[in-house]
Ligand binder design. Structure first.
Ligand code: HEC
Length: 131
């Protein structure tokens, strides 16, 4: 049996789907941004300049987070997948993600994160764009 609705009845669902879209596009929770900031300051500032936390810190050959955000159009993807991009796989462990060079000892102090941590770091990165 074909379940067909007259066109005018489908208009009834429009506000519902609009509401669902609004829900999905709600801004990221402030707690997530704060957590992403603390994680970045703790684990990334050894090598990267992270916002106003360590403006004269980091390692000079390592791009600052601000530079990545402002100069790389695909910065979101870079932050969402940073753990698979060199040099990070050499010292970074992500829960549930196999480390590609696991037979090689970490070349820097090892860091363990979860995928949810990576999501929070990406949320924090967005705030650097506005600075
Ligand atoms: C031991 C030093 C070190 C630490 C710690 C470190 N990074 Fe990096 N990161 C680098 C270096 C070096 C590069 C530049 C790699 C290149 O351009 O080839 C880089 C590049 C990046 C890039 C750009 C990747 C690309 O392909 O363009 C992102 C994003 C990034 N890091 C995120 C992070 C985050 C988030 C953390 C903290 C959880 C972190 N990094 C911790 C050294 C580090």
């Amino acid at each position: 049996m074909r379940i067909g609705l007259p066109f005018y009845m489908s208009l009834f669902f429009l506000p519902l789907s609009y509401g669902a879209c609004l829900l999905l596009s709600l801004p990221v929770a402030a707690d997530d941004i704060k957590r992403g900031q603390l994680l970045s300051e703790k684990h990334c500032s050894r090598c990267h300049v992270v916002g106003n936390f360590n403006p004269t810190g980091g390692i000079s050959s390592t791009p600052s987070f601000q530079l990545l955000v402002k100069r790389r159009p695909d910065y979101k993807e870079r932050f969402e997948t940073f753990y698979a991009r060199r040099p990070h796989p050499a010292f970074l462990l992500i829960e549930g993600v196999e480390r590609p060079l696991k037979h090689v000892p970490p070349n820097a102090h090892p860091v363990s994160l979860t995928i949810d941590d990576v999501r929070c770091i990406s949320a924090f990165i967005e705030t650097l764009k506005k600075e």
